[in-house]
Structures are given as C-alpha cells and as structure tokens.
Design a protein around this ligand. Sequence first.
Ligand SMILES: [Zn+2]
Length: 114
Amino acid sequence: MKEEPRTVVLATLDHGDVILPEPAWCVGHADHRPDSYRVDLCHTGSEHQLTHDGELLWTASLGQAPCASRPQGRTLGVYVAQDGYARTLDPSACTTSPRPSMRTQTTSANSPPS
Ligand SMILES: [Zn+2]
C-alpha cells in the first residue's frame, strides 16, 4: 500500500489556505502566523548548535521557502546564524590533530626508501 505524501495547510494573507508538500525533515509550523504572505512560507529543520566552552557560537538548520520569489530560496539550503559570540579564542583551544590520511602521507614521505 502506497503512503500518501505528507502535506501541510497554511493560512496566508494574500492566497488564503496554501497546501504544501511537507518534507520529512521539517519540524512543523507551530509558529506560523496567518498574516504571512505566501512567498514567506518556509519549511525549517531541527536546529543544530555549535558551541565552544558551553557558549553558543552558531546555529544551523535546513530551510526551504517553496514559494519564494527568488529561485535560490526555493531550493533546500542550510540556514546559519551567529549568536553574537565575539571573542578571541585561546590558541590551545583551537588545536586539531592531523587527519589520519595526512599523518600517513607525512610518515611515508619521511621514511627511508625500502
Ligand atoms: Zn514544513
């Protein structure tokens, strides 16, 4: 038995109720306002947070505005926002380990020929 695609009905100021296919990644439209314009309707995914020492640096989520006036807004993208964190990070907090593949390349370049 084929499952019907999920849809959502959203009231708009300029087009009345708009029925949209609801992507599986959308968290819903609990904050939707009926005085929205159709071009402003947006699917939003769950929010992901990047933190440093417990402070929020960035948030990111999937986003798509299927009725946007610009074609770029209609495609699925990642919405990114900075949370106002502005500070110089201690260099010791920014160290990274070389990737295993890079370490392997360095070792083989410095190894004597066999
Ligand atoms: Zn949605």
